[in-house]
Design a protein around this ligand. Structure first.
Ligand code: SF4
Length: 376
């Protein structure tokens, strides 16, 4: 079993906080899709005996491709790989282009989960982020989705933006309450170097909320979403129905293949990443060459540490028995220093054979991760 990620890097306009591999050169879409088709052909033999359990079309903005390009891409994926009967197939959509899609046709081709980049319910914050969609676009996109049989709908939101306070977050939660979403990914804003908004924050031109205010916002989000029936299963992810199985595969360090510009892959102990340069990506594939720019082999220690760090992100916590069986270690003995320190600090607790972060632990998750990292 393996998961498949496909990167579609085109956006109508680059948002001012975004450091993803995305481009507004939409005139390159057809050439890119031809190259992607060649990359799929290069991998389909390798995956002949593997069943795909989840597919995730991310970006960029996959919905900007429009129905006329998405349908052939879906058909190409269908005919190239062995898809599980229980497949989870997600596609990201910007409400501005998603509102024009016929989701029922895509659903008939396998799509059963849509992740919408909504980010905020307040126009001034959408403008601050340079988002091109309006709140009317969100309604129109949800109306389109309601005409289809797609039941799993995620909304991406961001908090902790410059100029934001708890009242703004409360408004966004009121907005979320009014939307028919089954899943939420709610991330804290990170000012990225080299992005216009990130640079304004890093140079001090724009101020982020203070740490304590940021924690108030985070706690408010967790409590309010719980009241609204969303179960938290990861630091930033909440669901009324099912968790995102594709992201769970990453967090549980399962195998995945990434196709497209800048996509990463992990297979057994091998890791590799595709080039981030659009022209190199297309040139390599024109020569029938896999567009890989980096490779590394993970040691057992790397894999174990990755499992621990990523398990800490999940509300379930670190599966002690699985790690002991998988790596032949006495977990409590090897990590005794990190465990004792964090249990004493009330950032970690043991529940039914799992070590998991407490609410305070989620506030200081990076420090807890570091403690485990330094112990081994
Ligand atoms: S729509 Fe998404 S991928 Fe595109 S620029 Fe904005 S944040 Fe980046």
């Amino acid at each position: 079993m393996i998961s498949l990620y496909i990167h579609l890097p085109f956006c109508r306009k680059k948002c001012v906080y975004c450091d993803f591999a995305s481009t507004s050169k939409t005139e390159d879409m057809d050439d890119y899709l031809r190259a992607l088709g060649q990359e799929i052909d290069l991998y389909k033999e390798d995956l002949r005996d593997q069943e795909i359990q989840t597919i995730y079309l991310g970006g960029g903005t996959p919905s900007v491709l429009g129905q006329e390009r998405l349908v052939p891409l879906f058909e190409k994926i269908q005919e190239s790989f062995k898809l599980s009967k229980d497949l989870e197939w997600t596609m990201e959509a910007n409400p501005e282009s998603g509102k024009n899609l016929d989701f029922q046709t895509l659903n008939q081709l396998g799509l059963n989960r849509v992740s919408m980049g909504i980010q905020s319910g307040q126009k001034n914050f959408l403008d601050l982020m340079g988002r091109i969609h309006s709140l009317e676009d969100v309604d129109a996109c949800l109306e389109q989705l309601a005409k289809s049989s797609i039941e799993e709908i995620n909304g991406d939101f961001i908090f902790g933006l410059p100029g934001q306070d708890l009242n703004h977050v409360k408004k966004d939660l009121d907005y979320i309450q009014s939307l028919a979403l089954t899943h939420l990914s709610y991330y804290s804003f990170i000012p990225e170097e080299g992005t216009p908004l990130g640079e304004e924050v890093l140079s001090g031109l724009k101020k982020l909320p203070k740490d304590q205010e940021d924690r108030f916002m985070d706690h408010y989000i967790e409590d309010r979403l719980a009241e609204l029936g969303y179960r938290q299963y990861e630091l930033s992810n909440f669901t009324k129905k099912n968790p995102c199985r594709h992201n769970l595969a990453y967090w549980q360090v399962q195998d995945y293949l990434g196709l497209g510009l800048s996509a990463h892959s992990s297979y057994q102990s091998q890791r590799w990443a595709n080039t981030t340069c659009l022209s190199s990506y297309m040139e390599d594939l024109a020569l029938d060459k896999k567009p890989i720019s980096q490779r590394e082999k993970l040691s057992d220690r790397d894999r174990l540490m990755e499992k621990i760090i990523l398990s800490l992100r999940l509300n379930r916590g670190i599966p002690v028995k699985d790690l002991e069986e998988g790596y032949g270690i006495d977990f409590k003995k090897v990590f005794s220093k990190a465990i004792e320190k964090n249990i004493q600090a009330q950032s970690l607790e043991e529940v039914d054979g799992f070590y998991r972060l407490t609410r305070y632990g989620r506030d200081v998750a990076n420090q807890v991760e570091l403690d485990f990292y330094r112990t081994f």
